[in-house]
Design a protein around this ligand. Structure first.
Ligand code: PGA
Length: 242
């Protein structure tokens, strides 16, 4: 699966231009899901464009609030996302963990709420540079993965995004990515004592130069692309050629 995470970027005009180009040039392969995650305020606008171009581009939300029934000004709950036509939702992105102080308890709640509404969570995990340097990566990932309730492990897609690689142009070495993806897959299998397949996608400065090598590993089930996905030509090339 190839995921475009637009973060807090774009406008109606830019999304329209992107969608026009992508829908005309992308060669959708049903075994490689294409997911577009615009800012929340443009989800409905994007859904209408996808309908018009009748390409099988799935919609994902970049956020979800942890409670459905609180009188929460500014909140977006999972029922709303389902109503807007989302199939996926990004949960636990490092930017939200950092700026919004999201704890494991909050993230567990979000996972439960998403899955209740048949939204597939893309659950992000990853270590900071300081944690990597202190050889704490696996401990940090183990703690982050513990937010997933055991009975929901099979419902989640995991995105491994080393924090030090996000938006920095510094992507992880392929051997490191393989090692960490294997670790995540094994940890989750052990947690639920099951041999079910667990998809782990990679994110962090994926671009036209490095996507091929990263995606060629059998431990990498997809790419979560931020900055480079804003460019319709780059995103289409990465999708078509991966
Ligand atoms: P990046 O972002 O590709 O710009 O590093 C990835 C992400 O944060 O999802």
């Amino acid at each position: 699966m190839i995921i475009a995470n637009w973060k807090m970027n774009g406008s109606k005009d830019l999304i329209k231009q992107w969608m026009d180009f992508v829908s005309q040039n992308i060669e959708i392969n049903p075994s490689k899901t294409c997911i577009f995650c615009p800012p929340t305020c443009y989800i409905d606008f994007s859904r209408n464009l996808i309908k018009q171009c009748s390409k099988d581009i799935k919609l994902g939300s970049q956020q979800l609030d942890f409670e459905s029934s609180l009188p929460l000004t500014g909140g977006t709950n999972s029922k709303m996302l389902e109503d807007l036509g989302c199939d996926f939702v990004i949960i636990g992105h490092s930017e939200q963990r950092i700026y919004l102080n999201e704890s494991n308890k909050i993230l567990s709640n979000k996972l439960i709420k998403a899955i209740d509404m048949n939204l597939k969570p893309i659950f992000c995990v990853g270590e900071s540079l300081q944690q990597k340097k202190a050889s704490k990566t696996k401990d940090i990932l183990t703690d982050q993965l513990s937010a997933i309730p055991s009975n929901l492990v099979n419902e989640c897609i995991i995105a491994y995004e080393p924090v030090w690689a996000i938006g920095t142009g510094e992507n992880a070495e392929i051997s490191y990515i393989k090692e960490i993806h294997s670790f995540i897959k094994e940890s989750l299998k052990n947690k639920i004592n099951s041999a079910n397949y667990i998809s782990v996608v990679y994110g962090g400065s994926v671009n036209l130069e490095n996507y091929k090598e990263i995606y060629s590993s059998n431990k990498v089930d997809g790419l979560l692309i931020g900055g480079a996905s804003l460019d319709s030509d780059t995103f289409t090339k990465i999708y078509n050629m991966s």
